[in-house]
Design a protein around this ligand. Sequence first.
Ligand SMILES: [Zn+2]
Length: 286
Amino acid sequence: MAERKVLSKYYPPDFDPNAITRKKPSGDRRAKPQPVRLMTPFSMKCAHCGEFIPKGRKFNASKEITDEHYMKVKIIRFHIHCSRCRGEITFKTDPKNKDYECERGAKRNFEVWRDPANERYHETEEQTLDRLEQEQLELEEKVEKDKMADLEEKMLDSKREMQIADALDEIRTRNARIERNEARGEDAALATVAQKKLDEAAAAEAAKQAWIEEGVEEARRNFNDIQRRHREEELDKALKQAEEEEKAAKAEQLKAWDKKSVLADLAARRAKRGEDRAKLLGLKKR
Ligand SMILES: [Zn+2]
């Protein structure tokens, strides 16, 4: 182990690194399967004895590199032996589907996500996102609905409680009254009943009186209305008559004025014009 501590190694002066060639692997690796330890990549059923082999069971297998390729990726085959009947089972890698392929000696178990008819497991990324979003929305809606339902339930509960409390109060007061009356004796109870009846009669009488008064009041109001309307109509009539009379008087006055006034006006204008002309000419009256 002492040589591992040496930091620099001696290279002879005639050392040529290009002269070094790569070592060939000893033997033909392809021809000889290698023993490996593996876990089954899928669950299967042995075709020889019907034993179920679950996914992830450990096996001593032999690994064989085949001549097949997928996009320059070598396909590898594994051989295992059934743990019950020692029958040989082989499966190989499937790089195309990013999976393994069962080859001989066993049957791969049905897996729902590998079923091509199942749309759920063959959707695009966008479809998955859409579906998840939809599910989230539905969940939120449901939660919101539940909240509302809870609130309504609480409100109903409180209402019911209040009603119960009211009813209880009423029963208590009634019981107290009965007890009081019982303590006072039968006469007092009878008196209470009589008083109650009297009170009821008084209330009925008061209601009747109020109703009658209301009727009287309404009749009075109607009468006042009618009277007012009548007065207004009379006033209108008088106004119209006065207007007509005035019109007639004016027309007569105009007729009377017609001839007299026109003639007088003309004469006055002529006289004025004569005066003006005399002024312009510089004549003076003597
Ligand atoms: Zn078996």
